[in-house]
Design a protein around this ligand. Structure first.
Ligand code: G1P
Length: 298
Protein backbone atom coordinates (compact mmCIF):
# COMPACT_ATOMS: atom_id res chain seq x y z
CA UNK A 1 0.00 0.00 0.00
CA UNK A 2 1.39 3.41 -0.87
CA UNK A 3 -0.23 5.34 1.98
CA UNK A 4 -1.50 4.42 5.44
CA UNK A 5 -5.21 3.54 5.46
CA UNK A 6 -7.60 6.07 7.03
CA UNK A 7 -7.91 5.67 10.81
CA UNK A 8 -10.92 3.85 12.26
CA UNK A 9 -12.47 6.14 14.87
CA UNK A 10 -16.09 5.04 15.00
CA UNK A 11 -17.79 1.75 15.82
CA UNK A 12 -21.39 0.87 15.07
CA UNK A 13 -23.42 -1.38 17.38
CA UNK A 14 -26.77 -2.59 16.01
CA UNK A 15 -28.93 -3.02 19.12
CA UNK A 16 -32.46 -2.87 17.72
CA UNK A 17 -33.30 -6.61 17.93
CA UNK A 18 -36.34 -7.67 19.95
CA UNK A 19 -34.77 -10.48 21.96
CA UNK A 20 -37.80 -12.76 21.72
CA UNK A 21 -35.61 -15.77 22.52
CA UNK A 22 -35.12 -14.40 26.03
CA UNK A 23 -38.71 -13.66 26.98
CA UNK A 24 -39.83 -12.95 29.64
CA UNK A 25 -36.40 -11.51 30.66
CA UNK A 26 -36.56 -9.11 27.71
CA UNK A 27 -40.18 -8.02 28.12
CA UNK A 28 -39.20 -4.67 29.62
CA UNK A 29 -35.39 -4.82 29.28
CA UNK A 30 -33.28 -4.93 26.12
CA UNK A 31 -31.44 -8.20 25.57
CA UNK A 32 -28.18 -6.25 25.30
CA UNK A 33 -28.54 -5.33 28.99
CA UNK A 34 -28.57 -8.96 30.20
CA UNK A 35 -25.46 -9.37 32.32
CA UNK A 36 -22.48 -11.61 31.80
CA UNK A 37 -21.16 -11.70 35.37
CA UNK A 38 -21.68 -8.03 36.35
CA UNK A 39 -21.38 -6.23 33.02
CA UNK A 40 -24.18 -5.98 30.46
CA UNK A 41 -23.47 -7.84 27.22
CA UNK A 42 -23.30 -4.52 25.35
CA UNK A 43 -20.69 -3.23 27.82
CA UNK A 44 -18.43 -6.22 27.09
CA UNK A 45 -18.65 -5.44 23.37
CA UNK A 46 -18.01 -1.73 23.94
CA UNK A 47 -14.98 -2.75 26.06
CA UNK A 48 -13.66 -4.68 23.05
CA UNK A 49 -14.12 -1.65 20.79
CA UNK A 50 -12.44 0.74 23.21
CA UNK A 51 -9.53 -1.68 23.70
CA UNK A 52 -9.01 -1.42 19.94
CA UNK A 53 -8.80 2.37 20.10
CA UNK A 54 -12.36 3.25 19.04
CA UNK A 55 -13.32 6.78 20.06
CA UNK A 56 -16.94 7.21 19.00
CA UNK A 57 -19.71 4.71 19.72
CA UNK A 58 -22.72 4.67 17.37
CA UNK A 59 -25.75 2.71 18.59
CA UNK A 60 -28.55 1.79 16.21
CA UNK A 61 -31.41 1.27 18.63
CA UNK A 62 -35.14 0.68 18.45
CA UNK A 63 -38.19 1.00 20.65
CA UNK A 64 -37.69 0.11 24.35
CA UNK A 65 -33.92 0.54 24.19
CA UNK A 66 -33.69 3.82 26.11
CA UNK A 67 -31.95 2.13 29.03
CA UNK A 68 -28.91 1.45 26.81
CA UNK A 69 -28.58 5.21 26.36
CA UNK A 70 -28.85 5.67 30.14
CA UNK A 71 -26.21 3.00 30.71
CA UNK A 72 -23.65 4.96 28.69
CA UNK A 73 -24.55 8.25 30.37
CA UNK A 74 -23.22 9.71 33.60
CA UNK A 75 -25.49 8.83 36.56
CA UNK A 76 -24.94 11.93 38.61
CA UNK A 77 -26.95 10.97 41.70
CA UNK A 78 -25.39 7.53 41.83
CA UNK A 79 -21.88 8.99 41.58
CA UNK A 80 -22.62 11.46 44.36
CA UNK A 81 -23.98 8.72 46.61
CA UNK A 82 -20.94 6.52 45.98
CA UNK A 83 -18.64 9.46 46.76
CA UNK A 84 -20.51 10.26 50.00
CA UNK A 85 -20.24 6.64 51.10
CA UNK A 86 -16.53 6.45 50.33
CA UNK A 87 -17.01 3.81 47.65
CA UNK A 88 -14.01 5.10 45.72
CA UNK A 89 -13.24 1.88 43.85
CA UNK A 90 -16.76 1.54 42.48
CA UNK A 91 -16.81 5.22 41.54
CA UNK A 92 -13.47 5.01 39.73
CA UNK A 93 -14.69 1.92 37.84
CA UNK A 94 -17.88 3.69 36.72
CA UNK A 95 -15.86 6.70 35.54
CA UNK A 96 -13.41 4.49 33.65
CA UNK A 97 -16.26 2.95 31.70
CA UNK A 98 -17.95 6.26 30.88
CA UNK A 99 -17.50 7.38 27.26
CA UNK A 100 -16.17 10.93 26.92
CA UNK A 101 -18.77 13.68 26.36
CA UNK A 102 -19.94 13.80 22.75
CA UNK A 103 -18.50 10.40 21.94
CA UNK A 104 -21.76 8.45 21.77
CA UNK A 105 -24.48 8.71 19.13
CA UNK A 106 -27.86 7.03 19.00
CA UNK A 107 -30.14 6.57 16.04
CA UNK A 108 -33.19 4.37 15.56
CA UNK A 109 -33.92 1.63 13.12
CA UNK A 110 -37.64 2.22 12.85
CA UNK A 111 -38.58 -1.17 11.40
CA UNK A 112 -36.88 -4.56 11.70
CA UNK A 113 -35.66 -4.91 8.10
CA UNK A 114 -32.44 -6.78 8.76
CA UNK A 115 -28.82 -6.20 9.72
CA UNK A 116 -27.97 -4.45 6.44
CA UNK A 117 -30.75 -1.96 7.01
CA UNK A 118 -29.64 -1.38 10.63
CA UNK A 119 -26.09 -0.58 9.47
CA UNK A 120 -27.43 1.73 6.74
CA UNK A 121 -29.31 3.68 9.45
CA UNK A 122 -25.89 4.77 10.80
CA UNK A 123 -24.73 6.29 7.49
CA UNK A 124 -25.10 9.96 8.41
CA UNK A 125 -23.42 9.56 11.77
CA UNK A 126 -20.51 7.55 10.35
CA UNK A 127 -20.10 9.85 7.34
CA UNK A 128 -17.40 9.35 4.75
CA UNK A 129 -14.88 7.35 6.77
CA UNK A 130 -14.14 3.67 7.42
CA UNK A 131 -15.72 2.24 10.55
CA UNK A 132 -15.89 -0.84 12.74
CA UNK A 133 -19.08 -2.84 13.20
CA UNK A 134 -19.63 -5.12 16.19
CA UNK A 135 -22.67 -7.37 16.57
CA UNK A 136 -23.41 -7.33 20.28
CA UNK A 137 -24.87 -10.83 20.52
CA UNK A 138 -21.48 -12.37 19.79
CA UNK A 139 -18.99 -12.18 22.63
CA UNK A 140 -15.45 -12.75 21.36
CA UNK A 141 -13.39 -14.08 24.26
CA UNK A 142 -9.61 -14.03 23.69
CA UNK A 143 -6.30 -12.75 25.02
CA UNK A 144 -5.98 -10.20 22.20
CA UNK A 145 -9.42 -8.63 21.64
CA UNK A 146 -10.79 -9.55 18.21
CA UNK A 147 -11.19 -5.99 16.95
CA UNK A 148 -7.65 -5.08 18.07
CA UNK A 149 -6.29 -7.96 15.98
CA UNK A 150 -8.35 -6.73 13.03
CA UNK A 151 -7.06 -3.18 13.48
CA UNK A 152 -3.49 -4.47 13.32
CA UNK A 153 -4.31 -6.35 10.09
CA UNK A 154 -6.03 -3.24 8.73
CA UNK A 155 -2.82 -1.23 9.21
CA UNK A 156 -1.18 -3.70 6.79
CA UNK A 157 -3.84 -4.39 4.19
CA UNK A 158 -6.44 -1.59 4.51
CA UNK A 159 -9.81 -2.00 2.78
CA UNK A 160 -12.55 -4.13 4.33
CA UNK A 161 -12.02 -6.87 6.92
CA UNK A 162 -14.29 -9.51 8.38
CA UNK A 163 -13.49 -11.78 11.35
CA UNK A 164 -14.09 -15.47 10.63
CA UNK A 165 -13.85 -18.81 12.39
CA UNK A 166 -14.66 -22.39 11.38
CA UNK A 167 -18.04 -23.98 12.13
CA UNK A 168 -19.16 -27.60 11.64
CA UNK A 169 -20.49 -28.22 8.09
CA UNK A 170 -24.04 -28.78 9.34
CA UNK A 171 -24.15 -25.27 10.82
CA UNK A 172 -23.04 -23.21 7.82
CA UNK A 173 -26.66 -22.43 6.90
CA UNK A 174 -27.05 -20.35 10.09
CA UNK A 175 -24.35 -17.79 9.25
CA UNK A 176 -22.67 -15.64 6.66
CA UNK A 177 -19.96 -17.81 5.08
CA UNK A 178 -16.89 -16.61 3.17
CA UNK A 179 -14.75 -18.29 0.54
CA UNK A 180 -11.05 -17.39 0.90
CA UNK A 181 -7.81 -17.73 -1.05
CA UNK A 182 -5.77 -19.48 1.72
CA UNK A 183 -8.02 -21.08 4.36
CA UNK A 184 -5.03 -21.79 6.66
CA UNK A 185 -3.77 -18.18 6.72
CA UNK A 186 -4.46 -15.82 9.58
CA UNK A 187 -5.28 -12.97 7.19
CA UNK A 188 -6.37 -13.97 3.70
CA UNK A 189 -8.22 -12.51 0.74
CA UNK A 190 -11.96 -13.15 0.54
CA UNK A 191 -13.06 -14.51 -2.84
CA UNK A 192 -16.81 -14.76 -2.24
CA UNK A 193 -19.41 -14.70 0.50
CA UNK A 194 -22.97 -15.83 1.02
CA UNK A 195 -25.54 -15.29 3.77
CA UNK A 196 -27.06 -18.46 5.20
CA UNK A 197 -26.16 -20.81 2.31
CA UNK A 198 -28.40 -23.82 1.66
CA UNK A 199 -26.93 -27.04 3.14
CA UNK A 200 -24.16 -28.40 0.94
CA UNK A 201 -23.58 -25.16 -0.96
CA UNK A 202 -21.27 -23.21 1.42
CA UNK A 203 -18.00 -22.01 -0.17
CA UNK A 204 -16.07 -23.07 2.99
CA UNK A 205 -16.67 -23.68 6.69
CA UNK A 206 -15.53 -20.18 7.70
CA UNK A 207 -18.35 -18.17 9.19
CA UNK A 208 -18.57 -14.43 9.76
CA UNK A 209 -18.38 -14.00 13.52
CA UNK A 210 -19.83 -10.49 13.82
CA UNK A 211 -16.80 -8.17 13.71
CA UNK A 212 -16.18 -6.01 10.65
CA UNK A 213 -14.08 -3.09 9.41
CA UNK A 214 -15.87 -1.49 6.47
CA UNK A 215 -15.27 1.32 4.02
CA UNK A 216 -18.05 3.93 3.75
CA UNK A 217 -18.89 2.87 0.17
CA UNK A 218 -20.83 0.01 1.77
CA UNK A 219 -23.62 2.52 2.47
CA UNK A 220 -24.19 3.14 -1.27
CA UNK A 221 -24.68 -0.58 -1.77
CA UNK A 222 -26.90 -0.96 1.29
CA UNK A 223 -29.12 1.83 0.02
CA UNK A 224 -29.94 -0.21 -3.10
CA UNK A 225 -29.77 -3.67 -1.54
CA UNK A 226 -32.77 -5.92 -2.19
CA UNK A 227 -33.96 -8.23 0.62
CA UNK A 228 -32.14 -11.57 0.72
CA UNK A 229 -32.13 -14.48 3.20
CA UNK A 230 -35.13 -14.35 5.54
CA UNK A 231 -36.55 -11.56 3.35
CA UNK A 232 -34.25 -9.12 5.18
CA UNK A 233 -31.72 -6.62 3.86
CA UNK A 234 -28.51 -8.53 4.42
CA UNK A 235 -25.14 -6.92 5.07
CA UNK A 236 -23.38 -9.93 3.54
CA UNK A 237 -25.18 -9.34 0.21
CA UNK A 238 -24.05 -5.70 0.14
CA UNK A 239 -20.47 -6.72 1.04
CA UNK A 240 -20.52 -9.21 -1.84
CA UNK A 241 -21.62 -6.38 -4.14
CA UNK A 242 -18.68 -4.26 -2.95
CA UNK A 243 -16.27 -7.21 -3.33
CA UNK A 244 -17.48 -7.80 -6.89
CA UNK A 245 -16.73 -4.20 -7.86
CA UNK A 246 -13.09 -5.22 -7.39
CA UNK A 247 -11.96 -1.72 -6.45
CA UNK A 248 -11.52 -2.46 -2.74
CA UNK A 249 -9.74 -5.24 -0.87
CA UNK A 250 -11.67 -7.67 1.34
CA UNK A 251 -9.76 -9.80 3.84
CA UNK A 252 -10.82 -12.42 6.36
CA UNK A 253 -9.07 -12.30 9.73
CA UNK A 254 -9.18 -15.52 11.68
CA UNK A 255 -10.52 -15.27 15.21
CA UNK A 256 -8.77 -17.82 17.44
CA UNK A 257 -10.58 -17.32 20.74
CA UNK A 258 -13.89 -18.61 22.04
CA UNK A 259 -17.22 -17.35 20.71
CA UNK A 260 -20.32 -17.06 22.88
CA UNK A 261 -23.56 -16.32 21.11
CA UNK A 262 -25.46 -14.39 23.76
CA UNK A 263 -28.47 -14.34 21.46
CA UNK A 264 -28.98 -17.99 22.46
CA UNK A 265 -29.67 -19.23 25.97
CA UNK A 266 -26.91 -21.82 25.89
CA UNK A 267 -24.34 -19.35 24.58
CA UNK A 268 -25.37 -16.84 27.21
CA UNK A 269 -25.02 -19.34 30.05
CA UNK A 270 -21.64 -20.49 28.72
CA UNK A 271 -20.46 -16.89 28.53
CA UNK A 272 -21.30 -16.40 32.20
CA UNK A 273 -19.32 -19.52 33.10
CA UNK A 274 -16.31 -18.52 30.96
CA UNK A 275 -16.18 -14.91 32.08
CA UNK A 276 -16.86 -15.91 35.70
CA UNK A 277 -14.11 -18.55 35.77
CA UNK A 278 -11.51 -16.15 34.36
CA UNK A 279 -12.32 -13.21 36.62
CA UNK A 280 -9.47 -12.54 38.99
CA UNK A 281 -11.73 -11.68 41.90
CA UNK A 282 -14.18 -14.52 41.35
CA UNK A 283 -12.57 -17.36 39.39
CA UNK A 284 -11.45 -19.58 42.25
CA UNK A 285 -14.55 -19.53 44.46
CA UNK A 286 -16.75 -19.76 41.37
CA UNK A 287 -14.88 -22.85 40.13
CA UNK A 288 -15.32 -24.57 43.50
CA UNK A 289 -19.00 -23.63 43.74
CA UNK A 290 -19.66 -24.66 40.16
CA UNK A 291 -18.17 -28.12 40.53
CA UNK A 292 -20.29 -28.61 43.66
CA UNK A 293 -23.44 -27.71 41.70
CA UNK A 294 -22.41 -29.91 38.77
CA UNK A 295 -21.57 -32.74 41.20
CA UNK A 296 -25.03 -32.53 42.77
CA UNK A 297 -27.20 -31.86 39.75
CA UNK A 298 -25.05 -32.70 36.70
C1 G1P B 1 -25.62 -12.11 11.35
C2 G1P B 1 -24.92 -11.96 10.00
C3 G1P B 1 -24.15 -13.22 9.65
C4 G1P B 1 -23.17 -13.56 10.76
C5 G1P B 1 -23.91 -13.65 12.11
C6 G1P B 1 -22.92 -13.81 13.25
O1 G1P B 1 -26.60 -13.10 11.24
O2 G1P B 1 -25.90 -11.68 9.02
O3 G1P B 1 -23.47 -13.04 8.44
O4 G1P B 1 -22.54 -14.80 10.47
O5 G1P B 1 -24.67 -12.46 12.36
O6 G1P B 1 -23.60 -14.00 14.43
P1 G1P B 1 -27.81 -13.26 12.34
O7 G1P B 1 -27.17 -13.87 13.54
O8 G1P B 1 -28.33 -11.90 12.59
O9 G1P B 1 -28.80 -14.19 11.68
Amino acid sequence: MSKAPARIRKAVFPVAGLGTRFLPATKAMPKEMLTVVDRPVIQHVVDEARAAGIEHLVFVTGRNKGVIEDHFDQQFELERTLAERGKDKELAALRRDLPAPGQTSFTRQQAAQGLGHAVWCARDIVGNEPFALLLPDMLHFSAVPCLAKMMAAYEDVGGNLVAVSPVPEDQTQNYGIVGVRDPEDDVTEITTMVEKPKPGTAPSNLHITGRYILQPEIFELLERQKPGAGNEIQLTDAMLGLLERRDQDFHAVRFDGELYDCGSKLGFLMANVAYGLTREDLGEPFRAALSKVVGKLG
